[in-house]
Design a protein around this ligand. Structure first.
Ligand code: 6PG
Length: 223
């Protein structure tokens, strides 16, 4: 994994937007589409908002919510809600987990079907954006949770006892097949985990366990 460090949010955003334009244009040129799994949490919001300021082919860009909380899509904690509002008013194609029925297994199965119908089987993203939690988690792959051991399913319902909650998440098998993986990190608390990631120290650090077969994962770090 390669860390790219920035000393201001402005430079961090500038680099991310430039990289999106470069990589996204290459994907659109090669296959006529650009498929992206979006990271939740708070760090990526400013990036998503910055993307609404550029001239982009949104109707050929297929975006998916990379992981979701156990809340309806209009709940303040919903990753989908954060993403939809950040990209507003652009007309985007954003595939979400159908959490409104609170049947998470059905939501996970439905999302997996969305993945394979749009991206093929196995689903292969052009880009997966990921965050880094203060406990080394990424997506909703938390330390010592069952999802870390999933080797077949593309999506899972993951019990997260340390948060007394249940999450929905993409799994390592999907992340591994992506053409590119970028981590977005803001703030001091992540540096110890970033250091483990760049050192290849995977112990108790789900973010460090991410593998991308096609290219070296990049860590866009501002602190
Ligand atoms: C979520 C995210 C999660 C997030 C990290 C970092 O649903 O919260 O998928 O993995 O990316 O917790 O969150 P911050 O960007 O808010 O620090």
């Amino acid at each position: 994994m390669k860390e790219l460090r920035f000393d201001s949010q402005e430079k961090w955003l500038e680099a991310l937007v430039e990289k999106w334009q470069e990589w996204g244009s290459a994907c659109l040129g090669a296959r006529g589409t650009f498929s992206v799994a979006l990271s939740g949490g708070s760090s990526p919001q400013a990036f998503y908002e910055a993307l609404t300021k550029i001239d982009w082919t949104w109707d050929a860009t297929e975006m998916f919510v990379g992981d979701e909380r156990r809340v309806p899509p209009d709940h303040p904690d919903s990753n989908y809600k954060m993403m939809w509002e950040a990209f507003h008013p652009k007309r985007i194609k954003l595939h979400r987990w159908k959490t409104e029925d609170n049947d998470l297994q059905a939501a996970s199965l439905d999302f997996s079907k969305q993945l394979t119908s749009v991206l093929g089987n196995p689903p292969r993203f052009d880009l997966i954006l990921l965050g880094i939690g203060n406990d080394g988690h990424t997506a909703s792959l938390f330390p010592e949770t069952a999802a870390l051991n999933e080797t077949d399913s593309f999506t899972v319902v993951n019990q997260v006892p340390q948060l007394s909650t249940t999450r929905l998440t993409l799994t390592y098998p999907v992340i591994e097949k992506a053409r590119a993986v970028w981590f977005l990190s803001k703030g001091e608390g992540k540096q110890p985990w970033i250091d483990k990631m760049t050192a290849g120290d995977t112990d108790s650090c789900p973010a460090a366990q991410v593998i991308c077969q096609e290219s070296e994962p990049l860590i866009f770090n501002w602190n």
